[in-house]
Design a protein around this ligand. Sequence first.
Ligand code: SF4
Length: 66
Amino acid sequence: MTRPGLCGRCAHARTVESRRGSTFYLCGRSRTDPGFPRYPVLPVLRCVGFEADRDGGGNPDETEES
Ligand code: SF4
């Protein structure tokens, strides 16, 4: 399985599992900023939008900081 890189511990990432069991990372920032891909190509090694997830894992519900 491909390592997710930064998306694996980003507060804006959400994991989506396909019917075939593959896991994708959905970038929450893509909803408001077209500069971010909806499904980033993994592994993401550098990203200006990265924010560390407090839990260190994928967040089931993207939280927008305001
Ligand atoms: S902001 Fe960057 S690191 Fe975070 S989920 Fe989106 S692409 Fe991944």
